[in-house]
Design a protein. Structure first.
Length: 295
């Protein structure tokens, strides 16, 4: 498998795992503080990746150079998750999902500013088509719902989180100094874990961990292992092989994956018209797959 193909496969899996965290997280959003949940998820994910490093490459001394890099990346990644949950306290999920579709375009801008990655005409068309497809799915092909979309305080908070997510992607390549993906991911998770622990210390102390519903622990396990440890590996793998805009274009698939997760949870099939949006996102990814310029 070529490096480009590896990057695309990584992001396909990334989008599916991220969608699962939306479906599970929505069911426990009111049972635990966002800062406490995300601090624990980062430390559990760091432990998982740390064990993988110990049993594979080990920790060379070079991995401890410029530790500030891990704080920067971990801070950006952690800030995204905290701001997402803070925004969802007041922003309707549909509005927040609409804001999330701006991430690929933001990433393309940061990719140009930091790495001088240029967007080809085909990539630009693909991003637009993917965005339209995602909005189609999010608003369930209801133009009235789209017209009723209003930007409130929650949406603005989540938009700040999306900026952090978009900036994180090119920063991975900018700050990587040849470290293996596992070691770089471990450093990022530890950096984020430290910052989130400091930020969410009060929430960590007052959270009644012993009285948490079973679904909270299931969700915590999922977001720590699959939606944190696995996704950060997949994201960094793809970022080192693909242009930043292509990496984040896979976020357009998240609403479609959410549909499949909701079906798996017994929520039933959506209206047939929604699948038109799924088709658009697939067309967008097809264009990106054909546009294989060297990053």
């Amino acid at each position: 498998m070529t490096p480009h193909a590896q990057g695309h496969a990584a992001m396909l899996m990334f989008s599916a795992l991220v969608a699962g965290s939306f479906s599970l997280g929505a069911q426990v959003a009111n049972d635990i503080a966002p800062a406490a949940l995300n601090a624990v998820r980062f430390w559990v994910a760091a432990a998982v990746i740390g064990l993988l490093v110990i049993f594979t490459t080990g920790f060379p001394l070079s991995a401890f150079r410029a530790l500030w890099r891990y704080a920067v990346l971990g801070g950006l990644f952690g800030a995204y998750f905290v701001l997402m949950f803070e925004g969802l306290k007041t922003a309707p999920p549909v509005s927040a999902a609409a804001v999330f579709t701006l991430t690929p375009l933001l990433t393309a801008g940061f990719g140009w500013a930091l790495l001088r990655q240029r967007m080809t005409p085909r990539m630009a068309v693909a991003l637009v088509i993917g965005g339209l497809g995602a909005l189609w799915v999010i608003f369930r092909a209801d133009l009235a719902a789209l017209r009723a979309f209003e930007v409130g305080r929650g949406e603005m908070i989540y938009f700040a989180g999306c900026i952090c997510h978009a900036l994180y992607t090119p920063m991975v390549r900018k700050l990587n100094r040849g470290e293996p993906v596992l070691i770089f991911a471990f450093g990022t998770l530890v950096g984020g874990g430290v910052l989130l622990t400091v930020f969410g210390w009060r929430d960590l102390i007052v959270t009644p961990w012993g009285g948490m519903p079973a679904l909270v622990w299931i969700t915590l396990g999922y977001v720590a292992v699959f939606a944190s440890a696995a996704t950060i590996l997949l994201l960094q793998t793809a970022t080192l092989r693909l242009p930043s805009a292509k990496v984040m274009a896979y976020t357009y698939l998240v609403p479609s994956w959410v549909i499949l997760w909701e079906i798996a949870f017994g929520k039933g099939l959506p209206a047939t018209v929604i699948f038109g949006g799924v088709v658009l996102t697939i067309i967008a990814l097809g264009l990106l797959l054909r546009d294989e310029e060297k990053p």
